[in-house]
Design a protein. Sequence first.
Lengths: 292, 156
Amino acid sequence: MDVLLPRSLDEALALKARRPDAMPIAGGTDVMVDVNFGRLRPPAFLDLGRVPELATIRQENGQVFLGAGVTYAAIVTGLTAFRPLVQASRSVGSPQIRNRGTVGGNLGTGSPAGDALPVLAAYDAEVVLRSQARGERSLRWDAFLTGPKKTAIAADELILGTRWHRSRGPGSFSKIGTRNAMVIAVAGLCLVMDEDARRVRVALGSVGPTIIRATDAETQVSAAMDQAGVWQDPTITLANEIVDEFARLVASAARPLDDVRGTAAYRRHVCAVLARRSLAWALEGRRRPAWL
Amino acid sequence: MVVRTQVNGERREAEVWPGSSLLTYLRDGLGLYGSKNACEQGECGSCSVWLDGALVCSCLVLAAQAHDREVRTVEALNDGQRLHAVQQAFIDAGAVQCGFCTPGFVVSVADLLGRDPNPGPVTIKEALSGNLCRCTGYQKILDAVNLAASRLKAAT
C-alpha cells in the first residue's frame, strides 16, 4: 500500500493519471471508517489535504464555486449567505467531523444520506471534474450521482468542487434523526425559493437510492403561488389545500426503504412533515425578507 | 512507512503500516496512550486531538496525512507541574466515572474554552456533541466546563 502526498492540483492529477487505483482521501471521515473496519484496502491513498486549489471558495458572475476540499466548519463560517448549505453543514456529524469532512467527500462517497447533497440538488449545482488527459468537465448533480454510492467519475479524474447559480430567495435544510448530532439522516429535505424564476425547488435525501427532486410538488406549488399572487405579494396566505397537496406530492416523490434507521412508511411521513414546515418557513421568510 | 510529525512541540517519527490512523501512530508508534481507542468511526470522540490547531478525531486521520504537520494531544495539557484548569475542574466536579472518555472530553473542552471563554449551555452541548460518555455522567461534565470557564476567567 502506497500513500501519495501531492502538494498541488497538477501533481495530484498527474498521480491520479498514473495510479487510477489510488483512493482519494481528504477529511477521511468516510474513508477511514472503512479502512479501520477492514472493509477497504486500496492499493494506494491519494491525500488531497495538501492541495490548496481544492480548498477555495470563489464567487463570480452570479456563480459560486465551492472547492471539494472546503470543510463543513469552513462553510459554516465562510458561506453565511447560503443558509440551507450552512444549516446542512452544521448538521454534519460533530465539531470534530466538521473540522475534517468536506463537500468533495459527500460527492465522492455518493451516499443518498450525504447532508450537503440535497442542498446542491436544490441549487441545481453541477460537479466539476478534471483529469490530466481530458481536462475539465462539469456534470449536473443528477448526472454525477448515478446510484447509491455510485458516481459518474472516471478513474483518472478528481472532483474539483461544485458550482451553482446564486439565486435570490429564502430556503432551508432540515433533517430527522434520533439526536441533533452524529446522526445519519432518516430523511433530509432542502427547500429553496428562487424569486427571479418564481420557482420552488425541493430535494430529498436518505429516502431513495440517490438524491430525489420532488418536481411534481415544485411545479404544483410554484404555479399555485403564481395563481394566488403570492410571488408578487408575500402577505397573501396560501390555502391549506395547496399546502396539503404540496406535502402529499413531496412524500410521493420519495422512494424509501425499510432499514435500521427507519421504515419506509415513517420516512414518507417525515417527508410530508418536513415539506410542510419548510414551505411555511420560506413563506414566512418572504414576509420578512432578511435575505434581500 | 515512516511518518514524521511535530507532536506536543517535539519532532517525533515512527514506522507504521500505510493504512494506519493517526490514533494508531500516536498510541502504538509513539507510546502516547492518552488518546483512547474506542469506536474507530469518529462517533465517540475519545481519540480527540488537535491537528494543526483543529480539533479532530485522530482515528479518522490517515497517519500519513499528519506527516510534517503539528499534532497536540491530551498529554500536552499539563505543564509538568500543574494540571490544566480543565483537567483540575473535571476532578473537582467529579466529572470522571470510568474515565475512558475523559481525555477526549478534556481536549474538546479545552478547545471550546480556547475559542469561547464564556460559553452558554447550548454552545457547550454543541461543542461536546462529538464526545460520548457511556457512564452517562453528562451533568457533572457540564458542571466541570462551567467550573473551568469561571476559574480561567478569574485567572486572567
